[in-house]
Design a protein around this ligand. Structure first.
Ligand code: NAD
Length: 252
């Protein structure tokens, strides 16, 4: 697959799925604008892309701040000439896993701000450029938790169902503008986000594995490859869809 000279903006690119996507798309020839709140992690990823002969820049952005997201898109446009692909990946889980009546207001507001409002802000800022240039492709990183219920996780569940809804609604609006908007829905994937959940409830590891017919967690590279394909012209008639990568969990 070839992403030669495509300008790609990725949020949450310092770790996990976002970092793997930045490295993979950079290796395919894309020019990467990598963003995250973690500048140190970001600079490490950017230097890996450059050492492999790729093109990348690091820009510290908190996706809950619309002005920062707007600046990120402007920076990508100014540096690379266009904003061809945007991957809305930044996301967090709640600090605590509790049933709905005990779900904390803090977790609710933080998770909705990053996972839901952050995707809205990032799409909004990206679409301004994409509409003007007459093309674009957005991939939102939702979750299996955005398609199926998951207990002890209300804000995360609400935010990921919202990402799926925003993906489909925006895709409907921008088809005529040659802008495709899709989502990937990973199941349980080995990243620091999953580690945090398992640190809180270690007994969950065995329980979760039993929910995966392929009997293993997903790898970040597997998600990154799907994101790159969905974003690329190889998927040029696909819009408003959710691509599930879960080792079969959704079959149960
Ligand atoms: N790991 C899984 O099992 C799994 C499953 C389904 C979906 N997802 C989704 O994949 C995406 C990536 O998660 P991951 O597992 O790679 O987690 P991760 O914790 O490894 O990476 C998330 C990145 O987002 C960044 N981030 C957090 N808040 C931010 C903010 N306000 N602004 C900008 N960046 C911010 C973090 O600094 C981090 O680098 C998330 O949207 C997550 O919900 C993960």
């Amino acid at each position: 697959m070839d992403l030669q000279d495509k300008s790609v903006v990725i949020t949450g690119a310092a770790s996990g799925i976002g970092a793997a996507t930045a490295l993979h798309m950079g290796a395919l020839g894309a020019k990467i604008a990598a963003s995250d709140i973690d500048l140190e992690g970001l600079e490490d990823i950017v230097s890996h892309i450059k050492m492999a002969g790729g093109t990348a820049l690091a820009h510290r952005v908190d996706v809950t701040d619309f002005d920062q997201v707007t600046e990120l898109m402007a920076k990508a446009k100014e540096t690379y000439g266009s904003v061809d692909i945007v991957v809305c990946n930044a996301g967090i889980g709640g600090k605590e896993q509790r049933k709905t009546a005990e779900h904390t207001h803090e977790d609710w507001h933080n998770v909705i701000a990053v996972n839901q409002t952050g995707v809205f802000y990032t799409m909004k800022a990206a679409l301004k450029h994409m509409k003007r240039q007459g093309h674009g492709s957005i991939v939102n990183v939702a979750s299996l938790a955005g398609l199926k219920p998951s207990g002890y996780n209300l804000s995360y569940s609400a935010s990921k169902f919202a990402v799926v809804g925003m993906t489909k609604s925006a895709a409907l609006e921008y088809g005529k503008d040659h802008i495709r908007i899709n989502a990937v829905c990973p199941g349980y994937t080995k990243t620091p986000l999953l580690d945090k959940l398992l640190d809180f409830r270690p007994e969950m590891e065995e329980t979760l594995r039993k929910l995966i017919p392929m009997d293993r967690f997903g790898e970040v590279d597997e998600i990154a490859e799907a994101i790159a394909w969905l974003a690329s012209d190889h998927a040029k008639f696909i819009t408003g869809q959710t691509l599930v990568l879960d080792g079969g969990t959704s079959l149960l």
